[in-house]
Design a protein around this ligand. Structure first.
Ligand SMILES: Nc1ncnc2c1ncn2[C@@H]1O[C@H](COP(=O)(O)OP(=O)(O)OP(=O)(O)O)[C@@H](O)[C@H]1O
Length: 322
């Protein structure tokens, strides 16, 4: 189990992280999400032991003492994949993956490299020099290298940032099922909510140096405590209740995703369409509701200037206001 107790850190005067405490069970996949600069990378560096904190970090009860106590920063049973991949560019993809593996059993090493290259779908480029690989291919090799010695805990900082959409979903599925199969604990720092939604057991939202919200991805998505959390999952509205409900007097607002709002022409609540964006399966409609800008999902294209009726289930409003 990984345990953090009152972990704080500042690069200069302003604290980046303030008294962070949490526990992560063995084999759990945790995502850390939050806006750029909120301290996600700093948190991973603290856990790995690259930065020093006055707080306490333990793995299975053993304190991880950090750079003030270790000559070589980093713990051997933890792997940290930084945003820069740090590959040996003159070496081939396969040589990079096997760099930290023992040469004592060459056949075993060869088999392991092959297995890892399969996880990241790079078997075809095994003999290509790292300097000749694209950014996304280099990132996949760096991932395979981080897995090579089967760490107990793996810390991944934006692990799919250079990988094209086409390959990303498949790679995510392969990587996270591999980690589950081997019972490797994993923390992913990401601003891409799809990393958090489909694969994480738990999600921490960082803001202003604190864990601002925490829960299963489903729960955070369905019941976002506020606009900040909801906006990490995509487009979001923060609509005045009085623009949605007749006779409402308060200045309260409700958080709604575009797909929470339906277009229903019989509805007396009318919005004027400003612009329509094609999104593949549907359209995103930018409309004005009593002067408030809103985003609504629609199955059909609707021309700007048209007035449409909109409706939101009362049950959903009640749930979001809880
Ligand atoms: N070496 C450094 N020296 C001084 N300040 C730093 C250093 N590294 C990061 N910071 C600052 O610390 C804060 C947190 O940075 P960090 O890289 O942890 O954020 P992040 O959430 O990972 O951001 P991103 O999503 O953009 O990678 C930022 O305000 C950043 O400017």
């Amino acid at each position: 189990m990984l345990k953090l107790q009152k972990v704080s850190f500042s690069y200069d005067k302003e604290p980046v992280l303030k008294n962070i405490s949490f526990k992560i069970e063995k084999g759990q996949n945790v995502s850390v999400i939050g806006e750029s600069g909120c301290g996600k990378s700093t948190l991973l560096k603290l856990i790995y032991g690259l930065l020093h904190t006055e707080g306490k970090i333990t793995w299975n009860g053993k304190e991880l003492l950090g750079p003030n106590f270790n000559l070589v920063p980093g713990e051997p049973f933890i792997k940290y994949l930084a945003q820069d991949f740090d590959l040996m560019l003159p070496l081939t993809a396969a040589e990079n993956v096997g760099k930290h593996l023992s040469n004592f059993y060459p056949n075993k090493k060869k088999k392991r490299i092959k297995e890892l290259l399969e996880v990241v779908e790079m078997e075809d480029l095994a003999d290509k020099k790292a300097k000749l690989l694209s950014g996304g291919q280099q990132q996949r090799i760096a991932l395979a290298r981080a897995l090579a010695k089967e760490p107990e805990l793996i810390l991944l900082d934006e692990p799919f940032s250079h990988i094209d959409h086409f390959r990303k979903n498949n790679l995510r599925r392969r990587l996270f099922s591999y980690l589950k199969e081997k019972n490797i604990t994993c923390i992913v720092a990401t601003h891409d909510s799809t990393d958090a939604l489909s694969f994480a057991d738990r999600t921490f939202v960082l803001k202003n140096g604190n864990i601002y919200a925490e829960g299963s991805p489903e729960d955070l998505y369905q019941n976002p405590p506020n606009k900040y959390v909801a906006s990490l999952f995509g487009d979001v509205n923060h609509i005045m209740l009085k623009n949605l409900i007749a006779d409402e007097k308060s200045r309260k607002r409700v958080v709604l995703y575009p797909h929470d709002i339906s277009i229903k022409n019989s509805s007396p609540i009318k919005a004027e369409v400003k612009k329509t964006y094609f999104k593949g399966e549907n359209f995103l409609i930018h409309a004005s509701l009593n002067g408030e800008e809103i985003l609504v999902e629609s199955k059909k294209d609707i021309k700007p200037g048209r007035k449409v009726g909109i409706s939101v289930a009362q049950k959903l409003i009640d749930q979001r206001l809880k």
